[in-house]
Design a protein around this ligand. Structure first.
Ligand code: ATP
Length: 246
């Protein structure tokens, strides 16, 4: 992507976004941009405000101040379901699948109600292409899948409605290193299809090993670092994250 296109082509943007819980402010005036065909990694240690920021972007939390725009349109006051209708999707932490439904049933549940029978079949075919591991296990119960496969199923249910922006909260959580790689590969493939991705993670090294294009590091609800991924090192990021100096 040309530098010019990268600068102008923003899918999801927050400007001066302030969020919190009652009187507590957990995210302070954060600016963040997510672009089509790119992965922005949102990094930060426990309690930094990453999940709070995602909640504000999807509309589960109301902005105390600031704006959120999706493809240039202000969505700050819209409820989550309207944001989803407009192309925003979220994979929340913790592999939220139906364990007693099959893989295909889990995916079908996430389909937009307005889809025709042919549209549904087409959407499923696309999922099987993007997630061959799930295609092989389409008749298995969600609860019988491995942790990595459950995470892929979570992602599949989020993308079946063909969003343009995908927010993913700590997909590596509780997974083996091999499963983490497989899940990050799937996310990378979705990015290659043109999705704009905001990836929340704590595993700096893996994310920087070619998966992230842009990095935003937050601490105590404030942006501490914002760089293209190829301009920062793991050491630099951990130094800012843990105040260890480099
Ligand atoms: P983790 O990596 O542990 O998930 P995080 O970066 O996602 O952390 P948040 O969960 O966004 O961090 O938490 C940011 C701050 O907001 C923390 O101080 C946390 O204690 C507080 N917080 C989070 N959820 C709530 C809530 N429901 N009510 C009150 N305070 C909350």
């Amino acid at each position: 992507m040309s530098v010019e296109k990268a600068a102008t082509d923003v899918a999801l943007s927050a400007q001066g976004l302030r969020l919190g819980y009652g009187d507590l402010t957990a995210v302070w005036d954060v600016d963040i941009d997510v672009r089509p065909g790119r992965t922005t990694a949102l990094l930060g240690r426990n309690g930094a405000g990453k999940t709070t920021l995602l909640s504000g972007l999807i509309g589960l939390l109301t902005a105390k101040s600031g704006t959120v725009t999706l493809h240039g349109k202000d969505i700050t006051r819209l409820p989550p379901w309207t944001r989803v209708d407009r192309g925003l999707a979220i994979v929340r932490e913790g592999k939220r699948i139906f364990r007693t439904l099959t893989v295909v049933e889990n995916i079908t549940v996430g389909m937009p109600k307005k889809l025709s029978r042919a549209g549904r079949a087409e959407a499923l075919e696309r999922i099987w292409e993007d997630f061959p591991v799930l295609a092989e296990r389409r008749g298995q119960l969600g609860g019988q899948l491995s942790g990595g496969q459950q995470q892929m199923l979570s992602i599949a249910t989020a993308v079946v409605a063909r969003p343009t922006v995908l927010l993913v909260d700590e997909p590596s959580s509780g997974l083996s290193p091999l499963a983490v790689d497989q899940v990050l590969e799937v996310i990378d493939k979705l990015k290659a299809d043109g999705l704009a991705i905001l990836l929340v993670e704590q595993i700096v090294e893996e994310v920087l090993s070619g998966y992230a294009d842009d990095v935003v590091l937050i601490d105590q609800g404030r942006v501490m670092l914002r760089e293209p991924a190829d301009r920062v090192s793991v050491d630099q990021i951990t130094a800012v994250m843990f105040g260890t100096g480099s």
